[in-house]
Design a binder for this molecule. Structure first.
Ligand code: COA
Length: 318
């Protein structure tokens, strides 16, 4: 496969660290120095579906692909306003698509999984173009009374159109089944037969455990995916990493011993938008013409589960 178009969309409201410091015991200085985040966008009047559709339309326009040329829709999402149907069904109707679709929930690693699924579908089906949309609303999940987690996240959507090609050089996906560091339970509907009590609530996170897992698994994945691609760290032009914490990105950078110029970031503007961080960053790089035909990109992400993944991709429409 190859990526032939990118798109993204953000909520209108920008929430600065100072705005959060008005209702929580925190400060801009603490948040910037520990995370690299200065502001994040949060959904207010718009819906996640609106953002997903806007990102998808931007990607299709960028790819020069029309609605009837999309043969499959893959949506990566953790939560949205519906438990069912899937977000893909909702935005499928808003876009006016006629192809099949489904959601995947691989938390922040969703874009890595979606790329691998798209590659397999392009190999095994008679598909021309697949639309991947990563649309996430962690603002709906986090505990807004817990300063150690709510400051980290933002809402947003990123999308790509992929088509037949030979640009995906290597993939590494893993599931560690470590639920404790990061989880959220949904509220159970009462039934006459269930006597056990199950309580829903906001996200629960052990930041330090997530930090350690993120660094160890990402460096492992990067090592493995580079070997699979038959490449050394020097041969990668850009490391487009999950935007969760600037200190995690910096530790990975030191592991591969590459210059900062190879590590584009936008975490200061958007925080962690879960699986949308990488397609949003790709879209920024694409639209600002920083990516050149033939550039080698290494993407790597981690998230609840614990899921992790890395991909080496050659950039270019040819
Ligand atoms: N403002 C001010 N102080 C804060 C704070 C905030 N927003 N959040 C935490 N603190 C405090 C803690 O209460 C603690 O205070 P104490 O020493 O009095 O107990 C102190 O800062 C240090 O907390 P600690 O948890 O050790 O900080 P940290 O350096 O590990 O940073 C995270 C915390 C959450 C930023 C960091 O662990 C992290 O980013 N982890 C990864 C999380 C992640 O990426 N999740 C998503 C995965 S997809």
């Amino acid at each position: 496969m190859k990526i032939i178009g990118t798109g993204s969309a953000h909520p209108a409201l920008s929430v600065t660290n100072d705005m959060i410091a008005q209702f929580l015991d925190t400060s801009d200085e603490w948040i910037v120095s520990r995370t690299g985040i200065k502001e994040r966008r949060l959904i207010t009047d718009e819906t996640l579906e609106d953002l997903a559709v806007e990102a998808a339309k931007n990607a299709m326009e960028n790819a020069g692909v029309k609605l009837d040329e999309i043969d499959f829709l893959i949506v990566s999402n953790v939560v949205n306003e519906y438990d069912t149907p899937s977000l893909s069904c909702v935005i499928h109707g808003m876009l006016g698509l006629e192809c099949p679709s489904f959601d995947i929930n691989c938390a922040c690693t969703g874009f890595m999984y979606a790329l691998d699924i798209a590659e397999s579908f392009l190999k095994t089906h008679d598909y021309r173009n697949i639309l991947i949309v990563c649309a996430e609303e962690p603002g709906r999940m986090v505990d807004w009374k817990d300063r150690s987690q709510c400051v980290l996240f933002g809402d947003g959507a990123g999308a790509v159109v992929v088509t037949q090609g030979d640009n995906l050089k290597a993939v590494q996906l893993r599931t560690h089944s470590k639920v404790d560091p990061l989880w959220q339970k949904r509220l159970m509907q009462p039934t006459p037969f269930v006597t056990k009590e199950e309580k829903g609530g906001p996200l629960v996170m052990n930041g330090q455990d997530v930090f350690k897992l993120a660094v160890s698994s990402s460096t492992d994945d990067i090592d493995i995916v580079l070997r699979r691609a038959g490449m050394t760290p020097d041969q990668i032009d850009y490391y487009v990493l999950h935007q969760a914490n600037i200190r995690i990105i910096e530790m990975i950078r030191r592991f591969v011993r590459q210059p900062q110029s190879k590590f584009p970031v936008n975490i200061e503007k958007y925080g962690n938008t879960s699986s949308a961080t990488i397609p949003i960053l790709l879209d920024e790089l694409n639209r600002s013409n920083r990516l050149k035909e033939g550039d080698m990109i290494l993407m790597s992400a981690f998230g609840a589960g614990f899921t992790t993944g890395a991909v080496v991709l050659r950039w270019g429409k040819n």
